[in-house]
Design a protein around this ligand. Sequence first.
Ligand code: SF4
Ligand code: SF4
Length: 83
Amino acid sequence: MSEAFARPSVGAVGAGKWRVERPVVDQGKCILCGLCWLYCPDGVIEIEGGGVKVDYEYCKGCGVCAEECPVGAIKMVRERWEL
Ligand code: SF4
Ligand code: SF4
């Protein structure tokens, strides 16, 4: 399976340091079903080379991907910004 980022290449709004949590994928648990790619409202998930990649420049930390993952492979982790 290979699904590229669905976000627009021009005009997408990046995430700021206001993001409270970020999704972290346990690649060992992932079954490559593609649901996180399908449901991410910002289109910042890519599935390629047998793994899931999140573009943290644009991810807003909404947690939809973690909610939708059927095997619990995505955990939301508190951000630790250097301010
Ligand atoms: S936290 Fe939200 S914006 Fe970030 S990858 Fe998951 S669904 Fe997409
Ligand atoms: S929803 Fe979960 S199992 Fe499916 S591709 Fe995403 S991380 Fe992998």
